[in-house]
Design a binder for this molecule. Structure first.
Ligand SMILES: *[C@@H]1O[C@H](CO)[C@@H](O)[C@H](O)[C@H]1NC(C)=O
Ligand SMILES: *[C@@H]1O[C@H](CO)[C@@H](O)[C@H](O)[C@H]1NC(C)=O
Length: 412
């Protein structure tokens, strides 16, 4: 008896819940005046669609049908009245072809202060080629805009998005929580300046999976304050690899912790797995990183920790010159380079099952700070070859352990 009653009550609840869940406000940018012709500025219609979706108290959807939409700066701001906004993009959003129009803005498309936004599909074309040419020509050019950024937001999904030819970074995740990126295709030319694929900083619980990144700078760069980051199934190259850093830009800097990078293929990249810190005072740190199941194909620096980073000798006090060492001086090695003292503490970093080929003889380089050595570096089943010969390692101030076969050996 009781069972039947419960069942009836549940059925009523369930049936009455269905229409509620299904009520979904839909905004179609074309119905709001956007022109998929690639030349009419459609920014206003996109902002209008956002205002509707964000202002709806029920879950809402923005539809972007196929075609090309010219968008100037798009700022999509919250807080919104609902936490379930879907943006379905079949078409391509294109930035103005004159790079000066957005070149001095930090971002082209920027989402701020939002919770619960999912983007499915779509292509973003940053039209950055002209700006890269300007930068490569050493002319006076604007810095360029990041194509897509999320700031101060949480519960974000980006699934199946393509990003082409960003002026600067393609995607930036800044001060966010719980961001899930899947099936992204990021493309820019191998010599395009500063076109990082995905940059994450000051964010917790970011996942990047099943994506291909071809670009001119880091495929993925991981800045200060990144926690619980998961990266899996990525093809990187051309590009500068996956990089934690640069760190120690500032004295007061939150650390990077609990990062997993697994099942990645690097093809012809400048670096593979890199941790990079300026040789400056800082209370930043990197701890708890696992690099696992990685294939290197002709990578210049497959494994590299560089705590000695100080291009143009900018603002790196407390350096000690190699020339200070009389032994080196006597063999004429003074003044060759400076060793900087980085304040960043690097600990508990595991490299496990890293295979493939190095494009240079030094396949493993751990260049840690003399005042602040790396600790708990764990190398396990690492096998890297150079030109069909054994590669070599070059390590200083690094402490840790070796498990299984590690070639090149002799590091820790
Ligand atoms: C580390 O991050 C992963 C997600 O990348 C998370 O599932 C796990 O709980 C985190 N571990 C700790 C100790 O916070
Ligand atoms: C240089 O090192 C000294 C001694 O370790 C320290 O007191 C000083 O603050 C450092 N300078 C800077 C600019 O960090």
């Amino acid at each position: 008896m009781l069972k039947t009653k419960v069942c009836i009550i549940l059925s009523i609840l369930f049936i009455s819940a269905v229409p509620l869940a299904a009520s979904n406000a839909v905004f179609n940018v074309v119905k709001l005046g956007a022109k998929p012709d690639g030349k009419t500025d459609s920014t206003k219609s996109f902002i209008e669609a956002w205002a509707g979706a964000c202002g709806s108290s029920d879950s809402s959807t923005i539809n972007v049908p196929s075609g090309r939409y010219l968008i100037r700066n798009g700022v999509f701001k919250g807080p919104c009245k609902n936490a379930d906004i879907t943006i379905r993009i079949e078409g391509t959003l294109i930035a103005p072809s004159d790079y000066n129009v957005i070149g001095n803005s930090e971002n082209w498309l920027s989402f701020q202060w939002i919770t619960g936004v999912s983007i499915y599909g779509g292509t973003l074309d940053g039209q950055g080629i002209g700006l890269w040419a300007c930068k490569l020509g050493n002319k006076k050019c604007p810095d360029g805009a990041t194509s897509l950024s999320f700031t101060n937001s949480k519960d974000i999904v980006i699934n199946g998005l393509k990003s082409l030819n960003a002026q600067m970074f393609h995607i930036v995740i800044n001060r966010c929580e719980n961001v899930n990126m899947r099936g992204l295709m990021i493309t820019a030319s191998g010599n395009s300046p500063n076109t990082d694929g995905i940059h994450v900083q000051l964010s917790t619980g970011v996942t990047i999976m099943n994506s291909g990144i071809k670009t001119g700078d880091d495929c993925i760069s991981i800045g200060p304050g990144t926690k619980n980051l998961w990266i899996e199934h990525i093809a990187c190259g051309p590009g500068h690899g996956i990089s934690i850093g640069s760190l120690a830009k500032n004295l007061d800097e939150p650390g990077v912790q609990n990062v997993t990078v697994k099942t990645v293929v690097f093809t012809g990249t400048q670096n593979g797995l890199r941790i990079k810190a300026w040789g400056r005072p800082s209370n930043g740190f990197v701890k708890g990183v696992v690099f696992q199941h990685v294939l290197m194909k002709n990578v210049q620096n497959p494994i590299i920790i560089d705590q000695n980073y100080c291009p143009r000798d900018e603002g790196c006090p407390n350096q000690s010159r190699r020339g200070d060492c009389p032994g080196l001086k006597s063999v004429g090695l003074d003044m060759i380079s400076a060793i900087y003292v980085s304040g960043v503490k690097i600990s508990h970093i595991t490299f496990q099952d890293i295979q493939g080929t190095s494009a240079t003889k030094v396949a493993v380089k751990l260049d840690c700070s003399p005042k602040n050595p790396c600790e708990g570096i764990n190398l396990e089943n690492v096998k890297l070859r150079y030109n069909n010969q054994p590669a070599v390692s070059s390590c200083s101030n690094a402490d840790g352990s070796i498990h299984g076969v590690v070639e090149p050996a002799g590091c820790l």
